[in-house]
Design a protein around this ligand. Structure first.
Ligand SMILES: [Zn+2]
Ligand SMILES: [Zn+2]
Length: 331
């Protein structure tokens, strides 16, 4: 007796091409569970492999409902389609964005309106063109299409738990070179041929051998020997998981006002905070933290954040400032 699937496939020639794609992508029989914090690109790789289709463009159409999404889609464009095609409606579009894309990190510093507007664009649009406004606080210098980074320990844990490694959202942040969970240096390129394990076009997964030369050895990124850096990346992991509201403009400005009022003058507040940050990071000037991270936190970010101009600085600057304030309370 023909199964339901056979019936659908038999019917496929009489269907429009697009309808046939929908029939396959809504079966979900080959789409494994994706752990919290795994990049939606992992779903792309899995869908490509499990579908048994050689065409990468066809896999892209299956997952996103269109063939022109630029890899590795770090911000979860077209989540309105992936909730159906991969997640089988077990997650909402917002949950897909929060758990499986950099939206879960970058949206933390936005007000509700900007966050909703950005989410609505990401769920439907095919390109990030026009998304990099100051409002979204994504510095243009970020290397968003760089080689994908990964942690050997995370890959091993994934393989033990679910049978395959997954790309992690937070590892792709430009200032992250160490795994926030294992404090292991991340890898990105092959130690033998210097090819990236993946740059969003190879359909590889962490823990696999180099697809260019077959090597299993990968070069680790340079270690940042700094306790404040480890604290920063742990906070990044924490805020991504817990989604606090304290970084949004209204809450942040209220926090900064309260802090500044505990000093005799705004200048005292700024100088004290600057001293706290420099002590914590073991640097002479807070601008050196940008050099240490190879990431532009913005000149005068303490002044900006204390003055209620969070929009001028990336979210990482807020994390650095808050960490230094907490360090003062802890001592
Ligand atoms: Zn790890
Ligand atoms: Zn290689």
């Amino acid at each position: 007796m023909p199964s339901k699937v056979h019936k659908s496939l038999d019917d496929a020639p009489r269907m429009k091409k697009r309808d046939a794609i929908e029939t396959r992508t809504t079966s979900h029989s080959y789409t494994p569970y994706l752990p919290f914090g795994s990049l939606v690109y992992t779903a792309w790789v899995l869908m490509h492999r499990f579908s048994g289709i050689n065409s990468k463009k066809f896999s892209t159409i299956q997952l996103y409902g269109c063939g022109d999404i630029r890899a590795p889609n770090l911000f979860g464009l077209r989540s309105q389609h992936t909730v159906h095609s991969y997640f089988g409606k077990t997650l909402s579009t917002e949950e897909v964005l929060h758990r499986h894309s950099l939206f879960g990190y970058y949206s933390l510093g936005l007000n509700e309106n900007d966050k909703t507007e950005w989410r609505n664009r990401l769920t439907k649009e095919r390109s990030l063109r026009g998304h990099f406004s100051k409002t979204l606080r994504i510095p243009k210098t970020e290397k968003l299409n760089a080689n994908l980074k990964w942690c050997i320990d995370c890959a091993n844990c994934d393989q033990l738990k679910i049978g395959f490694g997954t790309w992690r959202v937070l590892h792709q942040l430009p200032f992250i070179s160490t795994c926030p969970i294992h404090q292991t240096q991340l890898c990105a390129v092959c130690a033998d041929c210097q090819s990236p394990l993946d740059n969003g076009t190879k359909f590889m997964l962490p823990g696999e051998n180099c697809s260019t030369c077959g090597s299993s050895q990968f070069t680790k990124l340079a270690r940042i020997q700094n306790a404040a850096y480890i604290s920063l990346i742990k906070q990044v992991e924490d805020v991504f998981q817990t989604q606090p509201k304290k970084f949004r403009p209204v809450a942040w400005n209220a926090l900064m006002r309260t802090y500044a009022l505990s000093f005799g003058s705004p200048r005292d507040a700024r100088e004290t905070l600057s001293r706290l940050i420099c002590t914590r990071w073991e640097v002479e000037s807070e601008d050196e933290i940008s050099d240490l991270l190879s990431y532009p936190l913005g000149r005068g970010y303490i002044q900006s954040l204390l003055s209620g101009h969070a929009a001028n600085t990336p979210l990482a600057a807020q994390l650095v400032v808050l960490d230094a304030m907490h360090s003062a309370f802890a001592t």
